[in-house]
Ligand binder design. Structure first.
Ligand SMILES: O=C(O)c1cc(=O)[nH]c(=O)n1[C@@H]1O[C@H](COP(=O)(O)O)[C@@H](O)[C@H]1O
Length: 305
């Protein structure tokens, strides 16, 4: 009998909460932009991607709560780039750091099933611990990914309030009944139902990080993407972020202008759920592994002080 059958795998929410409690709430983005490859003295090809990604993993895999490869920047190199991404996901797994594949997938249900199998199925070459998804085809179209993630102990991050200024023209529509609010409520419901299922099978302690030994917060496995630059908008739109029980992936720290102090203030009571992403802000410290590590440690310190 395989180990995964005999030992219950902790949920993604439990694993993420534990990682954030022990390491701090930093997600390091692996975004090998052509300009960064050039700055690091690397070629804009698969070999450059490999060296770049390995350096980021060597520098941060034991201090970041998660790493987030930006799939687009591997895709632009075709099958060779995707091959490197497979290596990165495997190396991250071997080094014991949780992964978020930032692919922002979303499609009709039957196609979503295939995306889910690519990114969230045990044994898939691209399997990650979690995946970013877009709910623009309707939250329910994400069902195959939500279900497979729950089944395999993986996580989902659903775009709700994105960090880019253009997001407002769609996400804020509806005022107090905004598109973003509907998405966050659907995610809250998803986490609540998962907690109830856990309660039914285990008797008590539903959906909590009861296995945690480090004071980790309670967290579901279905997260939201709420840009670090727009967190204050959630309040204006009447969105109850703490009530979602969702890990909140917050990109925008550093290169897009958000600061830890402003984030802490804007997220307010939701702050314990926030996983702050920084990509270029940390990556610009390369190619030196020591400098990358120092930059990540400094960022973690500023998020936790
Ligand atoms: O889903 C994301 O990660 C994401 C959502 C969002 O609203 N804004 C956003 O910037 N991102 C991603 O987060 C990363 C931010 O990179 P930096 O601006 O370099 O820190 C990029 O990979 C973006 O694609």
């Amino acid at each position: 009998m395989s180990e995964t059958r005999s030992v219950k795998r902790a949920s993604f929410g439990e694993r993420l909460a534990e990682a954030m409690a022990t390491r701090g709430p930093l997600c390091v983005g692996i975004d090998p932009h052509p300009a960064l490859l050039a700055q690091w003295g690397l070629s804009d090809d698969a070999a450059g991607l490999r060296t770049f990604s390995r350096a980021v993993l060597e520098a941060t895999a034991d201090i970041a709560a998660t790493i987030k490869p930006q799939v687009a920047l591997f895709e632009r190199h075709g099958s060779r780039g995707i091959g490197v991404l497979e290596e990165v996901l495997a190396e991250a797994r071997a080094r014991g750091v949780l992964t978020i594949a930032d692919a922002k997938r979303g499609d009709i249900g039957s196609t979503m099933q295939a995306y889910a199998e690519a990114w969230l199925a045990d044994g898939s070459p691209l399997a990650a611990d979690s995946l970013t998804v877009s709910p623009y085809l309707g939250f329910a179209s994400l069902r195959p990914a939500l279900d497979l993630a729950a089944e395999t102990g993986r996580g989902i991050f659903v775009l709700a309030l994105t960090s880019n200024p253009e997001g407002a023209s769609l996400q804020h529509v509806g005022g107090q009944d905004s598109v973003a609010r509907r998405i966050t409520e659907a995610v809250a419901e998803e986490n609540l139902r998962a907690a109830e299922r856990t309660a039914n099978t285990e008797g008590s302690g539903a959906g909590t990080s009861s296995s945690s030994t480090s004071g980790a917060v309670t967290m579901g496995s279905v997260g939201l993407v709420v840009g670090a630059t727009v967190a204050g908008v959630a309040r204006d739109l009447g969105i109850d972020l703490p009530g979602t029980n969702a890990p909140l992936l917050a990109p925008g720290l550093g290169a897009q202008g958000a600061t830890p102090a402003a984030m802490r203030q804007d997220f307010g009571a939701a702050w314990p759920l926030v996983l702050a992403n920084s990509s270029r802000g940390i990556l610009k410290a390369g190619p030196s592994v020591e400098s990358l590590r120092a930059s990540a440690l400094e960022t973690i310190a500023s998020l936790t002080q």
